[in-house]
Structures are given as structure tokens and as C-alpha cells.
Design a protein around this ligand. Structure first.
Ligand code: C2E
Ligand code: MG
Ligand code: MG
Length: 693
């Protein structure tokens, strides 16, 4: 023992200065290992002789010099910090089984830890350790596991009073929550746990609990057992923090149900939102309007200005719709440029849905500022109503969609309310499609021809071939009706090829009769996407011996912006043949001058809606004509119905005029007669001129 005293350390700086020599002597003689551990620096700062033995240290200095932080697991480090806080806050003491590893050899101990302040005021840990002789390895291991596990384990009596917490539980539980019930955010969760254990002996649940890190989600498993100390029935609870999982789950749910661009709920969320509205409506007797909103010609914005600008427009539209929302309404982005507005109409608010549709039109009519441009976007809106037109959200959406198409067909930028006649018209469309297939097989789709006249002279210089379908029961069907149908059903290429062939054959006949006419044919995007298109044009030109220069293909502007390489290859090949390219319906979309210039188009046909707007939109028309002149192309004014319009177009530099003033699209026989009349007049004039001379 004297050896022990001799080995006893001189007091470390800042600790033992105040200890009386006698008590120091007592400490040195104790068989219990006593040492002071500086938690902040991970060092032993004082040890008695028994502790030096325990730590296998030759001298105190050698022990004090050891950096015990090295090789310490983060879990142990966290636990020590927790102890330090517990010592400061509530002068806590703990007795636990610990295993120390002096020089790498495991030494299982029962250790009592308590707080001890150093001279500089920091809280250190006073450790009193006794080796536990005869401990079974299993017991040692389970005690160690319990100590170091992240799993929170606690024992409670049947009333919920806390009897024991392992270090992980102690670190997590809020210090005041020594009663199980006080740990739960919702009382019913605690009730469910207690009654579950009472009924079946075991229960699992996920609940929000108060912890030292704030409110968290824990998954708790509770089992009925007995307290090994008192033998009383008790409850053992093991729990883990599942907040991250819960958050990830909530995020995934929210992502799946929201449109990332606009932040609005998406198509998937629609039935749920509708169900919520219906529940309320059934209580209050309200009605619900399902407003299907589709932006007019949005594709043109995307194609001409790019997706970034398109996205900016969509976000602004979403914002405006969202602001029009009443307290019980919902706005959904269905995808692309389609939105759904679910609007409640309380019994005292009759007419609210129509009023809302009007306000949507007014709000969206305001220009959208996108970078340095002001864009105009208009919507077409279709409305179906709950409960009058059904209670199934999908069905109501379909009906609103049909009504929206009616609004588009009626000229866009307006709303239509669904009525059953629309459905019959839709069924009609299906019937028409079946008939169209049949008509194609029988060759009943034929071109009518509309004259294109030289401005000023009025002489027919070209004709446009326009598809007509002479239906045995319905009479003449407009291409506005069957072309979109054929495009949707994938029949347009067949129709296009048939019209092209008939028109070229007719051009040849006229040429043989001495009428030198150019012929223009409309081409849709679907046709240009066919790899064989250019080859077909070449074959038909050769077959009917038509000079390629006498054929003009009418394309819409948006078609030039198509990114499909097949379209570009076809266009280059037909141009290489010498076929002319015209841009149809010019001035209605968002013109991309650079692209038009690059494509070297030969002719631009100004849309009839612009000509029809004269003299109101004279300035716009002048601008359009200036653009055409800049590109050095032939200018055709479409939709000339009056002499005034014809004079204006001629005076402003249009080269060709087309419209009802000169003739509607007509069957070949009528155009033949017209051409003959024209040549007779020309002949007579020539004779007259010769006579005069
Ligand atoms: P589009 O190519 O712009 O054809 C001109 C349309 O304007 C024709 O309507 C014509 O009848 C009409 N129109 C001509 N002059 C006047 C006028 O003075 N006043 C008014 N109010 N209208 C006038 P149509 O024949 O009903 O054709 C409509 C559209 O259908 C065409 O517009 C064209 O885009 C498409 N289409 C017609 N035939 C074909 C075809 O064979 N293939 C393809 N892909 N589309 C076609
Ligand atoms: Mg055309
Ligand atoms: Mg046109």
C-alpha cells in the first residue's frame, strides 16, 4: 500500500489543491478505483492507486498523458456529453456496467458516475469503479449493448411512471417526462399504447413525441413485462426516431401529387380534391363547377420563344388562376397547358360559376410579361356541373373537356357549358371517323379549287387545292371538321397524298389545255414526319410531268419550328427538287423571322382573319407586309371578300389575292368554266387592242 502512496500523484493542477492531506491518504488506500475524467479533453486528470492499477499505468503522469478520445466511438462521446449536461442540470448520478479497455484488455466494471467541478468551473466526471467478479459474458455483453445502442429503451410501471431509461432514451427524452403520458403530443396515442399492451401484451405505433430535439416522430414497440427489481407488472418500450422516414414519405406524397413547375396539385390529386368538395357540397347543398381550361395556341409560344418562356407563361397563368380561387375552390394543373378549376357554388351564389369563367377570361386576357416581351394568352374553357351532370370526377372532367372543345371550335377565348347535345356530337365524330375511312377507300375525298389572282389585273395565276368530302347523307363536309379528325386518327397522310395526286393530275390537264397555273396544296405536320414524303412528291411530279416550280406546298409556321429531323430532311429534299414553299395563315401565331429566313420560303399567305380585320388593324397588316418584303417573298392576301380589301391589298404591295371576291373553292368543272371565260375575255381584249392599233 505504501507503494500505492508513493505512487500517488502530486495533485494535478487545478484539482486537489483543496483536499486535506488526510482525506487524500484515505482515497489512496481505497480498494475502489477512483479517478476524475475531464470529459472536454478526454483525459484522466486524477486517479488513486487502485485506478492506476485498473488502467495499468506505471505512473500517474503516464495515465494523465493518455489521450482517451482516441479510439472512442462517437456513440460513447455523445453519451459522455449527455452525462456532463445531466451533471450540470440536475446533479445526476448513474451506476452502470461499463467495460474499459486499458492497453486493449477488456475490464468489465460496475461504475458509479457523478459530476465534479474542476477549478476552472468546467464539469468533469468522478468515476468509482469496481470489477465485477463472476459476471457471465452474456450479461456483460447485454449490459454493454444496452448502454451503447441507439435504440431508446425504457421501463415504466403500469401507470406510466418511468422506472428506467438506457442512455439513448435518457438523451432523447425531455427531462420532465418521467411520466409516459406527458411524452406524447396526442393523448390518444398514449391511450392506444396502454390499452394495446393491456389487451394483447404487445403493441407498435408511430406517434409524435416531445424530445430534447423538439417534437419528433418515434416508432414505439411496447411489451408487457415485470420490473426485475420490484417484480411489479410493467411495460418495456423500445423506440426509434423515424422522423426522416416520415418526412421523406410526406415529401414523396406531396411530390407525387404536385406539379413541380407551378406548385399546383396535379392530375393525381384531382379525385381527392373533388371528393373533399363533394363532402362539403353534400352538407351545404352547394353545387360544383368543373372548369376545364386550355390555353389557346400555347404550342406556338413554346415553339417560337422556347420552353423557358413557355414555363414562365404557365407559372403566371397558374398564379392568376390561384388568385381567383374562393375559400373552398381548388386549382389543378392537369399537364401541359391544361388546368382544372374546381369551384363551389353555394345555394345563395347562383351564377357564380359563369361569373368565375368570365373572370378567368378577363384575368388571362391581360398580357403576360416574359423577359422583354408582352405575350397574349387566351384560354378556352369548358364547364361541367356536379350534381346535374354526374358525380364521378373523371366523367365530369370528360364532359368539361368536350365543352372546352366546343369553345375552341367557336373561335377560342370563350367558355361553354356542357349539354348533352355535345356528347351526341362527339359520338357523331366517332361515326364520322368510321365513314371517313370508308370514304378514303372509295376515293370520295376530292379537291375543290380556289383561284389565286394577280393583284391589280385579277387574272387567275394559281389555284389552291382544298379537300372536300361529299358525304352521301351529310352532303359536303368541311375540312375544318374532318382534317383534325383525320390527323387524330392517323389518316391525314393518306388524305394528303390523295389530294396531292389529284391536284397534280389536274395541273397537267390544265397545262395541256394551255392554262399555265401553279397549284398549291396544304401539307400537315404528320405528312412531313413520314420518311417517304419527299420521295412521294418526286414520284408524283414525274408521273404527271409537272414542272416542280408549278407546285407550292402550304405549311403553317409552327411546322417550321418542329425539331423532328425527318421534317427538315423532307423540306430540304422538296426544295432541292425546285418545289416552292408557302407559309399559310401567316400572322396568327408567333412568327420566328430567323427561322423563316433560314428556310428561304417563297411565299407568305397572310391569314384571312387579318384581312377581315381591316381597316381596324391596318397598322398590324402594314407591319406584316413589311416583314414579308424584308424576306423578299411573294405575298398572298387571303380572305379578300370586298373590292375595298382588294384595293387596299394591291395598294400595299400584295402580289396575289385570294378570296370569295374572286371565287369560292369550287369543283373542277366550275373552275374550268371560269378559266375559259377568262381566256375568252383576254382573247377579246387582245382582238380589241389589235383592232384599235
Ligand atoms: P387554308 O389553307 O387557309 O384555306 C383557306 C380557307 O379559307 C378555305 O377554307 C377557304 O374556303 C377559306 N376562304 C377562302 N377565301 C375566303 C374568304 O374570302 N372568306 C372566308 N371567310 N373564307 C375564305 P376551307 O376550304 O374550309 O379549308 C380550311 C382549312 O382546312 C384550310 O385552310 C387548310 O388549313 C385545311 N385544309 C383544307 N384542305 C386540306 C388538305 O388537303 N390537307 C390539309 N392538310 N389541310 C387542308
Ligand atoms: Mg392553305
Ligand atoms: Mg390560309
Amino acid at each position: 500500500m505504501s507503494e500505492g502512496i508513493a505512487r500517488a500523484a502530486p495533485p494535478p493542477p487545478g484539482f486537489a489543491a483543496g483536499l486535506a492531506a488526510r482525506s487524500r491518504w484515505v482515497l489512496e488506500r481505497l480498494s475502489t478505483a477512483v479517478w476524475v475524467f475531464d470529459i472536454d479533453h478526454g483525459r484522466v486528470v486524477w486517479a488513486n492507486a487502485a485506478a492506476l492499477d485498473l488502467w495499468v499505468a506505471e505512473t500517474p503522469e503516464e495515465l494523465y498523458a493518455r489521450d482517451l478520445k482516441q479510439g472512442m466511438s462517437p456513440a460513447v462521446e455523445r453519451r459522455l456529453k449527455q452525462y456532463q449536461a445531466d451533471f450540470v442540470e440536475r446533479d445526476a448520478t448513474f451506476t452502470e456496467m461499463w467495460t474499459l479497455y486499458p492497453r486493449g484488455v477488456p475490464r468489465p466494471l460496475r461504475v458509479r458516475f457523478s459530476g465534479i467541478a474542476l477549478d476552472d468551473g468546467r464539469m468533469a466526471m468522478l468515476c468509482e469503479g469496481r470489477e465485477e467478479a463472476g459476471q457471465q459474458p452474456e450479461a456483460l455483453r447485454s449490459a454493454d449493448a444496452l448502454l451503447h445502442t441507439q435504440l431508446m429503451i425504457s421501463l415504466h410501471d403500469r401507470s406510466g411512471r418511468t422506472l428506467y431509461c438506457n442512455p439513448a432514451a435518457r438523451a432523447s427524452f425531455d427531462a420532465n417526462h418521467d411520466q409516459l403520458a406527458r411524452r406524447f403530443v396526442r393523448e390518444e396515442d398514449c391511450q392506444a399504447l396502454l390499452s394495446g399492451v393491456g389487451a394483447t401484451g404487445e403493441v407498435s405505433l408511430i406517434a409524435e413525441v416531445y424530445t430534447s430535439r423538439g417534437v419528433r416522430w418515434h416508432e414505439l414497440t411496447a411489451r408487457a413485462c415485470h420490473d426485475p427489481a420490484s417484480g411489479q407488472p410493467s411495460i418495456l418500450i423500445s423506440e426509434t426516431d423515424v422522423s426522416e422516414l416520415k418526412e421523406a414519405e410526406a415529401l414523396a406524397h406531396s411530390r407525387a401529387h404536385h406539379d413541380p413547375l407551378t406548385g399546383l396539385p396535379n392530375r393525381l390529386a384531382m379525385p381527392l380534391l373533388f371528393e373533399g368538395l363533394v363532402k362539403r357540397a353534400e352538407e351545404t347543398g352547394a353545387g360544383i363547377g368543373v372548369l376545364f381550361i386550355d390555353l389557346d395556341q400555347f404550342k406556338a409560344i413554346n415553339d417560337t420563344l422556347g420552353h423557358l418562356q413557355g414555363d414562365a407563361v404557365l407559372m403566371e397563368v397558374a398564379r392568376r388562376l390561384f388568385e381567383l380561387r374562393g375559400r373552398h375552390d381548388a386549382v389543378v394543373r392537369l399537364g401541359g397547358d391544361e388546368f382544372l378549376f374546381l369551384a363551389a357554388e353555394e345555394p345563395h351564389e347562383a351564377g357564380r360559376i359563369e361569373d368565375l369563367a368570365g373572370r378567368i377570361l378577363a384575368q388571362l386576357a391581360l398580357p403576360v410579361q416574359a423577359e422583354r416581351r408582352r405575350l397574349m394568352v387566351t384560354p378556352s374553357i369548358g364547364i361541367a356541373r356536379f350534381p346535374e351532370q354526374g358525380s364521378d370526377p373523371q366523367l365530369l372532367m370528360q364532359k368539361a373537356d368536350l365543352a372546352m372543345y366546343e369553345a375552341k371550335a367557336a373561335g377560342r377565348n370563350q367558355y361553354r357549358i356542357y349539354d348533352e347535345r355535345m356528347r351526341s356530337r362527339n359520338d357523331d365524330g366517332m361515326e364520322l371517323l368510321a365513314d371517313l375511312r370508308e370514304a378514303l377507300r372509295r376515293g370520295q375525298i376530292e379537291p375543290y379549287y380556289q383561284p389565286r389572282c394577280a393583284a391589280g389585273a385579277g387574272r387567275i395565276v394559281a389555284v389552291e387545292a382544298l379537300a372536300r368530302w361529299n358525304h352521301p347523307e351529310r352532303g359536303l363536309v368541311s375540312p375544318c371538321e374532318f382534317i383534325p379528325l383525320a390527323e387524330k386518327a392517323g389518316l391525314i397522310s393518306q388524305i394528303g397524298a390523295s389530294i396531292l395526286e389529284q391536284a397534280l393530275r389536274q395541273q397537267r390537264i390544265w397545262a395541256q389545255q394551255g392554262f399555265d397555273l401553279a397549284i398549291s396544296v396544304n401539307v400537315s405536320l404528320r405528312q412531313l414526319c413520314e420518311v417517304e414524303f419527299a420521295a412521294l412528291v418526286r414520284r408524283l411530279l414525274a408521273c404527271y410531268c409537272v414542272d416542280p416550280d408549278r407546285l407550292e406546298l402550304e405549311l403553317t409556321e409552327t411546322l417550321l419550328l418542329e425539331s423532328n429531323p425527318v421534317v427538315h430532311e423532307n423540306l430540304e429534299q422538296v426544295r432541292a427538287l425546285g418545289v416552292r414553299i408557302a407559309i399559310d395563315d401567316f400572322g396568327t401565331g408567333y412568327s420566328n423571322l430567323a427561322r423563316l429566313n433560314e428556310m428561304a420560303v417563297d411565299c407568305i399567305k397572310i391569314d384571312r382573319s387579318l384581312i377581315g380585320g381591316l381597316p381596324r388593324n391596318e397598322q398590324i397588316l402594314r407591319l406584316v407586309i413589311d416583314m414579308c418584303n424584308f424576306m423578299q417573298v411573294r405575298i398572298v392576301a387571303e380572305g379578300i371578300e370586298t373590292q375595298v380589301a382588294a384595293d387596299w391589298a394591291f395598294a400595299h404591295g400584295c402580289h396575289e389575292l385570294q378570296g370569295f371576291l374572286y371565287g369560292r373553292p369550287m369543283p373542277v368543272g366550275e373552275l374550268d368554266a371560269m378559266l375559259r371565260r377568262q381566256s375568252e375575255v383576254a382573247g377579246a381584249l387582245r382582238t380589241l387592242a389589235l383592232g384599235v392599233a
